[in-house]
Design a protein around this ligand. Structure first.
Ligand SMILES: [Zn+2]
Length: 462
């Protein structure tokens, strides 16, 4: 048994069923699970293995990132595509991405997960859909390995692309796979890694990439496989007007209507973006969640998600940084700030409060990923906790700690990030890995791939 006592927490925002905000309390954690919340717990406990003084700290449940493409951390700031909208942006980047391999995926994951942990994310999903023909077949295995080493709770998704340029899709043929290859590997990953139990550190979902890069039959087969294995389904949806036009031209349906026709709705489905859902479609989501990606939507000029309408309709909504090539950072606290501001740009003074935004970023995200064992703070919940020190001068004069978190501050590091009862980051330093070494290796792989791509383009290999 391992136990941990977090004592003298100044203010604890639980986001639990009673929406409790507790002043001056302790949290006692045993084997990664919260056993007790109260005051002066030290007096009644027999010498806990580890005691951490949280005097002056503000505590929250860890943030949940509901959509990412971790490998893209190696492709930030590519000048050829930097200012383009989604479709030409993707076409330009496929040229680079077709060179990724196991090492690139591993170091890309380490970079993204490091950024997430330092900025308060304790549980992340990833959407990996690029499997180049010459790469090893174990790319997602490498992501899971990275997650286990760094100590983040991880929801891997087996992404896929089966509709290449030759068949009217967007991606080049070099990065698409056959349906048989995709489905066989999906089953292998579920069998090898998916943990359906409470407090699972690793889960697997199936995630055909988007309406313009996969066939309708792969969507149907993926849904059948996911439901047979009781795993979730994920895809990009209603991200841009270009996608809407594509669906109407190819299928005679709007993107969400296409999902309905493929039986891709329900509590076991979550969509990235959901910007171009109309009011009727929002009321027909049937439990499907939305991963809201404010930075990516602004960067790619995609549009503004109807966040307030989703909240009003009680639809599932979580927050996400999206791929690092479209954000460009994996900074969860910054993402909360951007959600708050973007929502206010759309809805003005009727916009979401700081509390509502933080609830979306924590409990909302966990619910979107189908979890009831993390996302809020209570006894029997996973000890996924983050702490901030708001005594810094950057927060001076602010009368609401939650406004401090979503509007103020000179940096985004937590004082402490705890996943599954283990301290994995402190003041921006990761406790399980050597981040300087990881950064150096990631840079080396990134430079190698980008140089190779540019050299081949010059020689007009593509
Ligand atoms: Zn995405």
């Amino acid at each position: 048994m391992s136990d941990l006592l977090l004592k003298n927490i100044k203010t604890l925002y639980t986001f639990n069923h009673e929406e409790q905000i507790i002043e001056n309390c302790d949290i006692y954690v045993v084997d990664g699970v919260i056993k007790e919340i109260g005051s002066n717990l030290a007096e009644k406990l027999k010498r806990p293995e580890k005691v951490v003084d949280c005097t002056g700290l503000t505590g929250l449940p860890g943030f949940v990132n509901t959509h990412h493409h971790l490998y893209q951390t190696l492709f930030r700031g590519i000048r050829e595509v930097q200012e383009l909208p989604l479709f030409p942006w993707l076409k330009g980047l496929y040229q680079f991405w077709q060179h990724i391999d196991e090492d690139a995926v591993y170091y890309g994951a380490m970079v993204g997960m490091s950024e997430l942990l330092r900025t308060g994310c304790t549980y992340t999903a990833d959407h990996h859909y690029v499997f180049p023909e010459n790469a090893e077949k174990t790319l997602i295995d490498k992501q899971i390995m990275a997650a286990r080493e760094i100590g983040i709770r991880f929801h891997a998704t087996r992404g896929s692309m089966s509709l290449g340029e030759d068949a009217g899709g967007l991606p080049p043929m070099r990065v698409v796979q056959t349906e048989t290859e995709i489905l066989e590997d999906s089953q292998r990953l579920i069998d090898t890694y998916h943990d359906a139990g409470d407090y699972a550190m690793t889960r697997v979902a199936l995630a055909p990439c988007s309406p313009f890069s996969v066939t309708a039959s792969l969507m149907k087969e993926s849904a059948k496989m996911a439901r047979k294995n009781h795993v979730m389904l994920h895809t990009h949806l209603a991200e841009t007007k270009d996608e809407e036009r594509f669906c109407i031209e190819r299928y005679g349906m709007r993107p969400f209507e296409l999902m309905e026709s493929l039986e891709w709705t329900g509590k076991d489905v979550w969509f990235a973006h959901g910007i171009y859902l109309n009011r009727q479609e929002i009321s027909r989501l049937s439990g499907s969640g939305i991963a809201h990606c404010p930075s990516s939507n602004m960067k790619l000029n995609s549009g503004i998600c109807r966040t307030s309408e989703l909240v009003k309709k009680n639809a599932g909504i979580g927050l996400a940084v999206d791929g690092s090539a479209s954000n460009d950072g994996s900074n969860m606290l910054e993402e909360v700030k951007r959600m708050y501001l973007l929502n206010h740009l759309k809805y003005g003074t009727k916009g979401l409060t700081a509390y509502e935004c933080l609830k979306i970023a924590t409990r909302g995200g966990a619910e979107v990923l189908g979890r009831t064992d993390t996302g809020y703070i209570d006894t029997s919940m996973a000890a996924d906790l983050i702490f901030f020190d708001l005594s810094d001068i950057a927060y001076a004069g602010c009368h609401d700690p939650l406004i401090s978190l979503v509007s103020l501050g000179n940096h985004s590091f937590t004082r402490m990030t705890i996943v599954n009862g283990i301290i994995v980051a402190r003041d921006g330093k990761l406790t399980n890995i050597d981040s300087d070494m990881m950064a150096e290796k990631a840079n080396r792989y990134a430079q190698k791939i980008v140089a190779l791509t540019r050299e081949q383009k010059q020689r007009k290999v593509y």
